[in-house]
Design a protein around this ligand. Sequence first.
Ligand SMILES: [Zn+2]
Length: 306
Amino acid sequence: MNSPFEYRNCPCCGQNDFEVLFESNMKANDLYKSVETVYMIPGGRWGRHVKCRNCNFIYVNPVGKASEINKAYSQRKSIDASIIRENRLRASKSQVELVRRYKNGTYLLDIGCGEGFFLFNASRAGYITKGIELSQDAVEYARREFGLDVEAKPFEELRFPEDHFDIITLWQVLEHVPYPRVILKEVHRILKPGGLLVASTPNIEGIPAKILGKRWWNIRQLHINQFTLKTLSTILRKVGFKNISSVSYKESISLLMLLLPVLKYLKFYESLKGLSHPRSRLAKALNKMVLTYSSKLDNCTVIGFK
Ligand SMILES: [Zn+2]
């Protein structure tokens, strides 16, 4: 029988020597049965987390086959877009400010651009933008709502010319991909000399992760790499980036975005469906109440130059 899983060497250093941190709670047929929403539902499914004895990188091993992972993402629906829209637009303004602080330039590529909230603000700031996104639904949203230039293909299949982009961004992408070094090598190739990479992922050494352990919202089925500032910087250095440093931007979350996963988790969700309807008055009010915080609280955000 064909296994739906495949084993990987350490995605950071390439060795195959690890200790198991904790086991998977999934059955084989749980794998990609459904792709999760953007909500941070704690206590879901997760894979077997291991830690590399050589470089301390924490990763899931084994993982679902790359082709299956890509298929699952291409079918992901943008059902939450109207709920997250205002928040993502707010946070991505701060992400654009971060990019501008470190690099003037023209051509910006965002890999895994989702519904295009960041790209929309980047194009308003004057960048000529391009996006790549697997979810067909999200691509349609980005084109329809913002008129963005977005391609619905895996990054591996797009061969951009060498030395092409001034800036490439990877917001919450590297934790999802089985072979991050392959992606980062290609990113390095297509950046112009002096070009800027910004990569942001959840931080398994952040305060929420330390407090919540396995119940941390970023321990979940589709997060197959768990970075720290150190391992994210190391992996960038290994593919050739220079002047790597840790940065931050202003994250934001609304009370509605906080509340919905809690209700789902407590199984109240079905009886409170009205709340999840973005046009209900209560939902609108809760979505206007916003908490902002430094991305450093829960994320590693690192920049590097070619
Ligand atoms: Zn390693």
